[in-house]
Design a binder for this molecule. Structure first.
Ligand code: PMT
Length: 408
């Protein structure tokens, strides 16, 4: 269940006798290496204390929507952005009804509305409440909105009734959550991703580079690997560990990235260029450290680097999908559309790097997926959530292009 490692899971516990099982779920998630934060509703606090959940999660517990101290630290919007997944367990009939109707009358329901992360609910209620047409219609609405419904179980209930409505065991909920992060959408596909900055030597101790942290490219590599792909990640120097089951090729300069990318991309199914490649390199890097002299200035002669993604797109045995990123500080969409055409890409993903919330080094992003014929906006979310949304879209396009190829 390595899929949960380093995932940011927001566990919201609603008020019901099964709330105590939420504690076990948090413990199991932590054991899997997930980062966990907890929301406790007012009702849940009748069954389980914030102190218990704080001890288990190792984080302050969130209880109120309108709480000055929380809003100054991690308020409801920050929590909503932080999460890679929101799971409400147990979800009472009342919470399910309020979610279905888009209510935002407490912290839990407000975060559920405000997050771009996937949402899952694990219902727990009396069997008659479960069977009630109102509850069933509310659940249908949630399912139609891609909210995952996990359970419930059947059996003896705390009230003495027997039937469906028991919260699933925490281990079963854990398994369902891990399954969310391990789709088989890219089974048997080979994916090549570039990430991070390139570093262009000036002399043995100095270089030209940029602020890319590699987070976006590494998040994409993780999402592709978890969707079943065979992933090669070609990265400039970053401070990140490669995701599980990803082959990391470490490079420094654009020329090195160019050589590795062309070799790996030949015959691949998907190429994603998330690296911030230096457009220019120093024409003749000095072999010795450049010394200061009396002129008070230094000129460097730069030559253009090869365009890696344009070269991949031009390969005879080109990947079925070649996807670039456009990092812009103005006229985001216009510049991105021009790069889509100029570089011969199937899609370009435009992000505004002048915004500290979405640019280099941030844990979040907001992007536009631009194709020749259509555009789609993915609003602000963690880079991992954005990566999963991008990968889900690309997997569908790959499947459609394979089906079209087979029909010819
Ligand atoms: O790494 P992070 O801190 O998480 O930040 C993520 C990011 C902002 C770096 C990422 O989301 C992003 O936008 N990556 C592309 C950055 C970039 O160089 O954009 P560009 O608009 O200059 O280039 C357009 C495309 O051409 C990119 O796919 C780029 O990889 C590619 N390119 C550019 C120059 C070149 N010589 N070869 C290339 O392949």
């Amino acid at each position: 269940m390595g899929h949960l490692r380093q995932r940011r899971i927001l566990v919201a516990i609603a008020g019901g006798i099964a709330a105590y099982k939420g504690a076990e779920l948090v413990r199991l998630l932590k054991k899997q290496g997930a980062e966990v934060r907890v929301i406790l509703s007012r009702g849940a606090r009748e069954f389980i204390t914030p102190l218990t959940m704080q001890a288990l999660s190792g984080e302050p517990v969130h209880t109120e929507l309108l709480d000055e101290t929380a809003e100054a630290g991690m308020g409801h919007i920050a929590l909503a952005r932080w999460a890679d997944l929101l799971v409400i367990a147990p979800a009472t009939a009342d919470v399910i009804a309020r979610l279905a109707h888009g209510r935002a009358d407490d912290l839990m329901t407000t975060v559920a509305l405000a997050t771009a992360a996937p949402v899952a609910v694990a219902p727990a209620m009396n069997q008659q409440m479960w069977a009630n047409a109102a509850t069933q219609e509310n659940l249908t609405l949630l399912t139609q909105r891609n909210i995952q419904v996990i359970g419930p179980d059947e059996g003896e209930q705390a009230c003495g009734d027997v039937g469906p409505g028991r919260l699933l065991e925490p281990s079963q909920i854990l398994e369902a959550l891990a399954g969310r992060f391990s789709s088989r959408q890219l089974d048997n596909k080979r994916v090549v991703i570039t990430a991070g900055p390139t570093v262009e030597a000036i002399d043995p101790v100095r270089f030209l580079s940029n602020h890319s942290s590699g987070k976006m490219g590494f998040a994409l590599a993780r999402a592709c690997a978890e969707a079943g792909a065979d992933v090669t990640l070609i990265s400039g120097p970053v401070h990140l560990s490669p995701p599980d089951r990803v082959k990391l090729v470490a490079v420094r300069s654009a020329l090195e990235m160019h050589a590795e990318a062309l070799a790996a991309a030949e015959g691949a199914d998907l190429f994603i260029g998330a690296a911030a490649v230096a457009d220019y390199r120093v024409a003749s890097p000095a072999t010795d450290k450049i010394k200061k002299d009396d002129r008070g200035e230094l000129s460097l002669s730069l030559v253009e680097n090869p365009d890696i993604i344009a070269a991949v797109s031009g390969l005879a045995n080109r990947p079925a999908l070649v996807v670039g990123f456009a990092a812009e500080t103005s006229d985001l969409l216009a510049h991105a559309r021009a790069k889509l055409a100029k570089k011969g890409l199937d899609m370009i993903i435009a992000n505004d790097v002048s915004d500290p919330d979405t640019g280099f080094g941030s844990d979040h992003n907001a992007v536009h997926l631009i194709r020749a014929v259509s555009e789609q906006h993915l609003p602000l979310a963690s880079k991992q959530v954005i990566a999963e949304q991008i990968v889900a879209t690309l997997a569908k396009e790959l499947a459609a292009s394979s089906a079209a190829g087979a029909a010819q």
